[in-house]
Design a protein around this ligand. Structure first.
Ligand SMILES: NC(=O)c1ccc[n+]([C@@H]2O[C@H](COP(=O)([O-])OP(=O)(O)OC[C@H]3O[C@@H](n4cnc5c(N)ncnc54)[C@H](OP(=O)(O)O)[C@@H]3O)[C@@H](O)[C@H]2O)c1
Length: 259
C-alpha cells in the first residue's frame, strides 16, 4: 500500500496578512486605497506610496493600523530604494510589495499617440513596477511577496489603449521572469489582473452607455466588480498560504476574459 501523506498539524490561513509589512504604491486613491484599507483592517502594517504627499497622508489617516506615508514617483529608482529603506528602518523589513501605481490615458490611435505619452505609460506602469520589484528584492529577507497590478486589458485590449495594454501585458512577462530569478530566495512574484470595477474612477465608463453595455456583455457574471471583490486575491497572494504560487496571473473580473 502506498504510504499516506503525513497530515500537518495546521494549514496556513488563506489571506492571513496580520503583522505583515506591506508597501502599496498608488495607495492614495482608487483601487490602491481600497487595498490599503483591506490590508490595514486585516492587521497589516501599510506603507502608502503616491506622488501627492497630501493625498497619501490623507489616505493613511483613514486606516486603523500602523502606516507610513511616502510620497514620490515610482519611475525614480532612488525613490523606490528610499521606500524600501524607510520601511525597513520603521518596521525592520518588508514582507509584501504591491506595485499598483498606474496611469491609463486613452489616445485615439498610433498617429495621435505622442511618443512622450507612450513612454510615460510604459515608464509608470512597467518600469515603475520593475524598480519597485528591484528595491523590494534587495530588502526582502527569508522570502517575500511581490504582487503587480495588471489588467484584463493586457490580455483583451480595447481601442485607444495600446500603451496601456502593452504595459500590462509586459507586467505578466516580467513577473514570470522575476519569479524564476527570485525563486531561490523564497520571493514569489504574481500578477492580479482586475476587470471592471464599480468605483468613482470607473464612473466615466459606467456612464457611457456603449462602453457599459460592452463591459456587461463581456462579463460572465453580468455585473461590475464591487469594492469588496478585489482585495481577497491580493491577500491570498500576500499570505503564507500562497508560498507555492509564483509566476501566476489571477484575474478578478467576473469572467470578463471568458465571454
Ligand atoms: N480602475 C480599474 O477598474 C482598473 C482595472 C484594471 C487595472 N487597474 C489598475 O489598477 C491600478 C490602480 O488604478 P486606479 O484605477 O486605482 O487608478 P487611480 O485612481 O488613478 O490611482 C492611481 C494611483 O497611482 C498613483 N500614481 C500614479 N502615477 C504615479 C507615479 N508616477 N508614481 C507614484 N504614484 C503614482 C496615484 O497617485 P498620484 O497621482 O498622487 O501619484 C494614485 O494613488 C493601476 O495600475 C491600474 O492600471 C485599474
Amino acid at each position: 500500500m502506498a504510504e499516506e501523506i503525513e497530515v500537518p498539524h495546521s494549514f496556513p490561513a488563506a489571506g492571513d496578512v496580520e503583522g505583515k509589512r506591506v508597501v502599496i504604491t498608488g495607495a492614495s486613491r482608487g483601487l490602491g486605497r481600497l487595498l490599503a484599507h483591506a490590508f490595514s483592517d486585516a492587521g497589516a502594517l501599510v506603507a502608502l506610496v503616491a506622488r501627492s504627499a497630501e493625498d497619501v497622508t490623507s489616505a493613511a489617516g483613514g486606516l486603523p493600523g500602523p502606516t507610513l506615508s511616502l510620497s514620490g514617483d515610482v519611475t525614480d529608482a532612488d525613490f523606490n530604494e528610499a521606500v524600501a529603506d524607510a520601511t525597513v528602518s520603521a518596521w525592520g523589513g518588508v514582507d509584501v510589495w504591491i506595485c499598483n501605481a498606474g496611469v491609463s490615458p486613452i489616445v485615439a490611435g498610433p498617429v495621435h499617440t505622442d511618443p512622450t505619452v507612450w513612454r510615460h505609460v510604459i515608464d509608470v506602469n512597467l518600469t515603475g513596477a520593475f524598480l519597485g520589484a528591484r528595491a523590494a528584492a534587495r530588502v526582502m529577507r527569508g522570502g517575500g511577496r511581490l504582487i503587480f497590478t495588471g489588467s484584463v486589458l493586457g490580455e483583451r485590449p480595447r481601442k485607444g489603449l495600446s500603451a496601456y495594454s502593452a504595459s500590462k501585458a509586459g507586467l505578466v512577462g516580467m513577473a514570470k521572469s522575476l519569479a524564476l530569478d527570485l525563486a531561490a530566495s523564497g520571493v514569489t512574484v504574481n500578477v492580479v489582473a482586475p476587470g471592471w470595477f464599480d468605483s468613482p474612477l470607473a464612473e466615466m465608463w459606467k456612464n457611457d452607455p456603449g462602453l457599459s453595455a460592452s463591459v456587461l456583455g463581456h462579463t460572465a457574471q453580468q455585473r461590475w466588480g464591487a469594492p469588496t471583490d478585489l482585495a481577497g486575491a491580493y491577500q491570498f497572494l500576500a499570505s503564507d498560504a500562497s508560498a507555492f504560487v509564483t509566476g501566476a496571473v489571477l484575474s478578478v473580473d467576473g469572467g470578463y476574459l471568458l465571454v
